[in-house]
Design a protein around this ligand. Structure first.
Ligand SMILES: Nc1ncnc2c1ncn2[C@@H]1O[C@H](COP(=O)(O)OS(=O)(=O)O)[C@@H](OP(=O)(O)O)[C@H]1O
Length: 292
């Protein structure tokens, strides 16, 4: 355990958000008892976690899908290592859905039984960087960074919650055979939400009617989530955790917004590092809405 500054703590080589993490929980995470029907949504921060929560919750729970309950998405699919609302995970009825940014080597070892399921959502890292820059400056739990240049430095050094993006995705992918895992790409979800919902429901072995699929797709659009108080995190951010301004969690939800924030020089630098680090990595990335 190594406190890096007032915002970051390093535990076993991975950076956590110091104000939000429960260190005792981390110490015991390896032995956390996994149920066969547990579902984990795992991401590097700002890659579509909350979107995944909304989709998976709507697939698993009819009441969530049709809005006939008052449960917020964060309570349907709580963050595992950031248990902000202090839920008793042992009392959550099955199927439990957890959200997490953990690296493969820190997740409960029961996940290796390959019965419980993991959905790993990834996003092109320039949009991750950009989303992260805005989010960190909004939330009091994260360090404020004046310029994109400064944040880029931190991101490329892995001095952020979640450590290095490159390590996170590469090591999860390399260890995919140890888990029952489905990789989903944010950009594909954006371009074809319906197919993505079907892919996820198939992986979760949930039968859905045409009406169900339609309801889930509708519920998981950016526009719907942005205006749905149970899904948009407004209360938790602004009333419970604390923000520096009136920004939104569901900021833009688009592909390629990084183009509005990275200079040509910053972009070229990113490309050079990306090419070096991701050489031979088989998953493709979509950087621009006009790409396929
Ligand atoms: N429905 C839907 N459609 C498209 N995009 C969506 C959706 N829901 C969330 N988002 C966008 O995902 C970004 C937040 O990522 P995370 O949920 O992983 O953030 S966190 O790590 O849990 O804090 C953040 O991206 P940016 O808008 O680029 O900042 C959210 O807007």
């Amino acid at each position: 355990m190594d406190n890096i500054d007032t915002y970051l703590v390093n535990f076993k080589g991975f950076n956590f958000d110091l104000p939000a993490v429960d260190v005792d929980f981390l110490e015991n995470i390896e032995d956390f008892e996994i149920r066969d029907d547990d579902i984990f949504i795992i991401t590097y921060p700002k890659s579509g976690t909350v979107w995944g929560q909304q989709i998976v919750s709507s697939i698993c729970f009819e009441k969530h899908r049709y809005g006939t309950e008052t449960v917020e998405t964060i309570d349907r699919a709580p963050f595992f290592e950031y248990n902000i609302r202090k839920k008793d995970f042992l009392k959550i009825p099955s199927p439990r859905i957890f959200s997490s940014h953990l690296p493969y080597y820190l997740v409960p070892k029961g996940l290796k039984n390959k019965k419980a399921k993991i959905i790993y959502i990834y996003r092109n890292p320039k949009d991750v960087l950009n989303s992260y820059f805005h989010f960190s400056n909004l939330m009091v739990l994260f360090q404020f960074t004046k310029t994109m240049e400064e944040f880029l430095e931190k991101f490329l050094d892995g001095k952020v919650v979640g450590s290095l993006w490159f390590d996170h995705i590469k090591s999860w992918y390399e260890h995919r055979h140890d888990f029952n895992i489905l990789f989903m790409m944010y950009e594909e979800m954006k371009m074809d939400l319906r197919s993505s919902v079907l892919k996820i429901s198939h992986f979760l072995e949930k039968e859905l009617s045409e009406e169900d699929v339609e309801a889930i797709v509708k519920k998981a659009t950016f526009e719907n989530m942005k205006h749905d108080p149970k899904a948009n995190y407004y209360d938790i951010m602004h009333k419970e955790v604390g923000t520096r301004s009136d920004g939104q969690f569901l900021r833009k939800g688009v592909i390629g917004d990084w183009k509005n924030y990275l200079t040509v020089k910053q972009n070229e630098r990113f490309d050079r590092i990306f090419q070096r680090k991701m050489k031979d990595f088989p998953l493709k990335f979509i950087w621009d809405i006009n790409e396929e």
